[in-house]
Design a protein around this ligand. Structure first.
Ligand SMILES: Cc1cc2nc3c(=O)[nH]c(=O)nc-3n(C[C@H](O)[C@H](O)[C@H](O)COP(=O)(O)O)c2cc1C
Length: 202
């Protein structure tokens, strides 16, 4: 099933400087759902298509190994059933991979970090290395780690600009997350980004 996402907004209300100054890792989320518009904006910031066949984050040799998955909990996002989704940058759509609330499973896979369980959504950054390694050999792996940092920072800054909260989570069991996303062995899992509405005073 394909879900068309709302068009990303290209002019926001917060400057890049302000988002940078405010950025921090936020691990407390309110239970309220995110809107599809907010989710659309976060995914676009992380890996959206922009002019000239490029993406919002740089990629070595424009090989684009990064993919984003979304794990939505029950009542996590307005107008989305809970489940696992893949983001398709070119069409700015989501593909439903599997229906169901898998937040408890992801939380266990992420060493029981409570923010993973409590977030209405978790964005999972994944890479398919052959896209980069066939061009650059083993150095391609280094590039993939660098690219994960670019994508993650974009998500941090977009979350700030939308008054949302997020944290980059690098501690998890690779095999468990790969299995959850129904990905074959070649895929690398790089980050989990829980996102939610900020707790008061955070
Ligand atoms: C590679 C990497 C892995 C991280 N893994 C985790 C993690 O598993 N859990 C977590 O809560 N925070 C994680 N963080 C967030 C850091 O703890 C956080 O960036 C750091 O404490 C500095 O705080 P700040 O982001 O608010 O500036 C990670 C950050 C990076 C860059």
């Amino acid at each position: 099933m394909e879900i068309k996402l709302p068009e990303p907004v290209l002019e926001g209300e917060m400057s890049v400087e302000e988002a940078l100054a405010r950025r921090k890792s936020r691990r407390c989320y309110r239970a309220d759902p995110l809107t599809l518009k907010e989710v659309s904006q976060l995914l676009w910031a992380g890996q959206g298509a922009v002019k000239g066949g490029r993406r919002t984050a740089p990629s070595a040799g424009a090989t684009y190994p990064m993919e984003l998955y979304l794990v939505v909990r029950e009542m996590g996002v307005e107008k989305l059933v809970p489940g696992i989704y893949r983001y398709n940058p070119e069409s700015h759509t989501l593909t439903l991979i599997e229906r169901g609330d898998f937040s408890e499973y992801l939380y266990r896979a992420a060493l029981e970090q409570s923010w993973v369980l409590e977030a209405p959504v978790n964005i999972v950054l994944v890479a398919y290395p052959p896209r980069t390694v066939t061009r650059y050999g083993n150095r391609g792996y280094r590039y993939i780690y660098m690219e994960a940092g670019h994508v993650s920072q974009n998500i941090y800054l977009q979350a700030e600009a939308l008054d949302l909260a997020t944290v980059a989570v690098g501690a998890f069991y690779d095999e468990d997350v790969r299995g959850l996303l129904r990905l074959p062995k070649g895929y690398m899992i790089l980050y989990i980004h829980p996102v939610g509405r900020r707790c008061r005073g955070d």
